[in-house]
Ligand binder design. Sequence first.
Ligand SMILES: *Cc1c(COP(=O)(O)O)cnc(C)c1O
Length: 485
Amino acid sequence: MERSEKLLFEIGSPGRVGIHLPECPEEPDGDLGIPAQYLRTEIEGFPELSEVDVVRHFTRLSRWNTAVDLGMYPLGSCTMKYNPKMHESLARLPGFAETHPLQPETTAPGCLRLMHELEKDLCAISGMDHFTLAPSAGAQGEFVGMSMIRAYLSERGDARRVVLIPDSAHGTNPASARLAGYEVETVPSSPNGTIDTKALRGCMGPDVAALMLTNPNTLGVFENRIVEVLGIVHGAGGLVYQDGANMNALLGKVRPGDTGIDVLHLNLHKTFSTPHGGGGPGAGPVGVRSVLEPYLPVPRVVHGTEGWRLEEGYPKSIGRVHAFHGNFGVLLRAYVYIRSLGAEGLRQVGEQAVLNARYLRKRLSGDFEPAVTSDMLHEVVFSDHSFHDLGVTTLDIAKRLLDFGFHPPTIYFPLTVAGALMMEPTECESRQELDAFVDAMLQIRHEAEHEPQILKSAPHRTPVRRLDEVAAARRPRLRWRSPTA
Ligand SMILES: *Cc1c(COP(=O)(O)O)cnc(C)c1O
C-alpha cells in the first residue's frame, strides 16, 4: 500500500505552537546589535505546529527509513557496517561533546591527544609514516593526497602533468586528480579484474606524476602484482597513491606502507565504523611516506614542553584543508573502534568480512553470474547477464530486494561490469542473516523464471513504489511552494 506524508508546511494551522514562552518585556533589537531594517517580524509561510505534530511527522518518516540497525545493508564499496553503541556513549561524554573548536587548544588536551594517538594507530595499521586527520571524506583525502604529490614533485622541479587511473576506479579518483590540476589517463583492466601491467608499462613516461590504485580494487580483487606495479611506476619517477577505502579486507593482513605505497587514504566511516549514509559525516585521513611529511596540511597536533598543542609552522605544507581539525566525532568513533577491538580484533574483522563475502559468492554463483573468475575478498560482484533472456535487469532485482527487507547492493557499478550487482555483507552479519539474504536472492531468481511481472513492478511493500529516477535527478523539487502562491 502506498503511503504518503505531508510536508510540515502543509499541516498545522495559524497560531498553533509547541511551547508557550512568556512575552518578551521589550523589543530585543538593541540587545542583538542588528539594525532594525534587517530584523523580520514575521516569516512568511512558516509552519505553525504543536510539539506532537512535529514528533509524529518525524517518527512516521523514521519508520520508513532503511538503516543498518534494521537489517543487512550490503552496499558494495560503501562498507555499511554496524556501528557499536559504545561509540555513541563515549562520543557523548561532556569532555568531548561540549568542546568547541574555537576554545583555546590548551583547554582541550584530551581531544588533541586522542587525535595524536589515532594518527599513530593508523600508522601502525597501514604501515605509513605519518597521517593527517583533516579530510572530511575519502574524496577530500584523495584531493589532499594528490595536492601533496603535486607540491612534492613541483618542489623538485619535476612538475608532471598526468595521473593514471585504472578503468574500474571509483569516480572520485579521476575527479580528485583533475581538481588537483592533473590530466587523467585510463589504464585498462585485464580479464581477471586486476590492472593490466603491460598496458601500465605502455602508459608510463616522464610526464606521469602518479598512479592512483584501489587495492583491493573495486571488484574486490587484490592487486596481486602490486610489487611489479610499484616497480614500474617508481622506476619511471612516479608516485603510487593507494585508494584505501576498501581497507576492510586488508586489516591485519597487508600494510600498504610495507608494500612501498607513497600515499594512502582510509575511509574511517567505512572501515572503522561510523554512522554514515545519505552523504555523511565522514573522515578520510591520508597517510604518507616520510618524504611527503613536510607537505601535510596544517594545523598539526604536536606535543611539546607545554603539553599538547596545534602547530601551524610548516612552510612547505599545502595549508589548511578544513575549517577546524577534521570531523572530530568521526575520529573519536574510529578511535574507540580501534581501541576496543585491538590488533587481534581488527584482524578478525578483515577475515570475517572476506569469509562473509565468499560465502555469498559460493551460495549465489549457481544462479547469478560472478563478474570475474578471480577470487574476490570483501565484496562480490555479479552481472545480470544470466537474466537477459528473461527480460529482467539489475534494477528489477534491486527493487524486489526491498520487499524482502534488504537494502539493495550497489548497482551498475563498477562501470566495467554490465548490469553490476556489487555486494559487501561486511563482517557484522551472522550466518542466519546471510542465509536469509541468499533465500531472497534465490526467490528472485525463481520469480524471474516463472513470474517476471512481479519483478518488473517491484517494490510492492515499500511506502512508495518504483520512482521515476530520471525525473528525480533532472527535475528535483527542492523547495515547497504554497499551492496558492
Ligand atoms: C567510498 C569510496 C570513495 C569515496 O569516499 P567518500 O568518503 O564517499 O568521499 C573512494 N574510493 C572508493 C574505492 C570508495 O569505496
